[in-house]
Write a protein that binds this ligand. Structure first.
Ligand SMILES: Cc1ncc(C[n+]2csc(CCOP(=O)(O)OP(=O)(O)O)c2C)c(N)n1
Ligand code: SF4
Length: 308
């Protein structure tokens, strides 16, 4: 029977939370891709969203607040054959983890970041997250938000991510498709997922989003993918994506904003300097024999670096 990726852990999110749609989209995407439990690792930070690895029947790490990206980078570099997915919050990835978020765009390691964007810090009772608009007043704030808003799509594009998309947690068909595309993309991917937090955010509700979101793929001329054959158009496609990133209000675009298939991934760049790295990565090497003695020989590994 195909792996369905659902764990037995009881899900304790509030009724109506957008997290449910994201979790279902992830499990459906992994199932339809015919992956096994040993092919994927989930890494999250702390938050309601950060609980997602517990609800997936795969290896996962619920790591520190803001540190999902560095942890996931280690997993991917140790074994580039793994698909590494980061289901984590807007606070986690864009506030305390913002420096790592930018660095990951520059590296293009091959992570699939699923950004749970509810505009609040859900787990700590609804403070304004970096994606909340300036002047917004939710029921969990004593006064209107006095911070400016980070635009996750514009930030991801400017940081160099080679796959940038937006989903909506109540459009699981589109979201599932975007997750599959992101997991098949060799560089790093960000999917900003708009999701209601009915407990603390009474402004950006399910209906608020439903009235505004539209799919980019429904626009006949929309073509956001840069391939070797059309590499010259990369700048034009980037600008078109950036313009769409600024569209927010009466109409909010969802779908694939930009994908550049011509940028080498970090693991490919590393392999130029480390022979056999991609075919024999560190996490798949035999490190001890049947008697449990180490077979690692540092002198052999580093022989060319040893100064007599
Ligand atoms: C270093 C550190 N600072 C602060 C916290 C407290 N904290 C826990 S979760 C959280 C915010 C979670 O918000 P978000 O990432 O948006 O996830 P959500 O709960 O909305 O899914 C904060 C500030 C912490 N655990 N560790
Ligand atoms: S607090 Fe908000 S984000 Fe957290 S589980 Fe409840 S509805 Fe979802």
């Amino acid at each position: 029977m195909a792996h369905n990726f659902k764990s037995d852990v009881v899900v304790d999110w509030c009724p109506g939370c957008g997290d449910f749609g994201i979790l279902t989209s992830i499990t459906q995407a992994l199932t339809e891709m015919n992956l096994g439990g040993e092919d994927v690792v989930a890494v999250s930070g702390i938050g309601c969203s950060g609980k997602t690895p517990h609800y997936l029947n795969i290896a996962g790490v619920h790591t520190l607040h803001g540190r999902a990206i560095p942890f996931a980078t280690g997993v991917k570099l140790a074994n580039p054959n793994l698909k590494v997915i980061l289901p984590s919050g807007d606070g986690d990835l864009l506030s305390i983890g913002a420096g790592h978020f930018v660095a990951e765009g520059r590296r293009n390691t091959g992570l699939t970041i699923v950004l749970f964007d509810n505009a609040v810090y859900g787990l700590t009772k609804g403070q304004a997250a970096p994606t909340m608009a300036l002047g917004e007043k939710t029921k969990s704030l004593a006064r209107e938000n006095i911070f400016g808003k980070v635009n996750p799509i514009a930030l991801a594009l400017s940081s160099g991510y080679s796959f940038v998309a937006r989903g909506f947690s109540f459009d699981m068909k589109q979201l599932k498709g975007l997750i599959k595309m992101a997991l098949n993309h060799k560089g790093s991917a960000v999917i900003d997922v708009l999701q209601p937090c009915p407990t603390y955010n009474d402004v950006n509700t399910m209906d608020w989003y439903r009235e505004r979101v539209y799919r980019l793929e429904d626009e006949p001329s929309w073509d956001p993918v840069v391939t070797k054959d059309n590499a010259d158009s990369a700048a034009m496609k980037f600008q078109q994506a950036y313009q769409k990133a600024l569209e927010w209000g009466e109409k909010i675009p969802t779908g694939l904003f930009y994908q550049n298939k011509t940028i080498p991934s970090f693991t490919e760049r590393l392999s130029q300097f480390v022979p056999n790295y991609l075919t024999n990565p560190p996490a798949t090497q035999v490190v001890f024999n049947k008697d449990h003695y180490t077979v690692v020989d540092p002198e052999k590994t580093f022989s060319d670096k040893i100064i007599d």
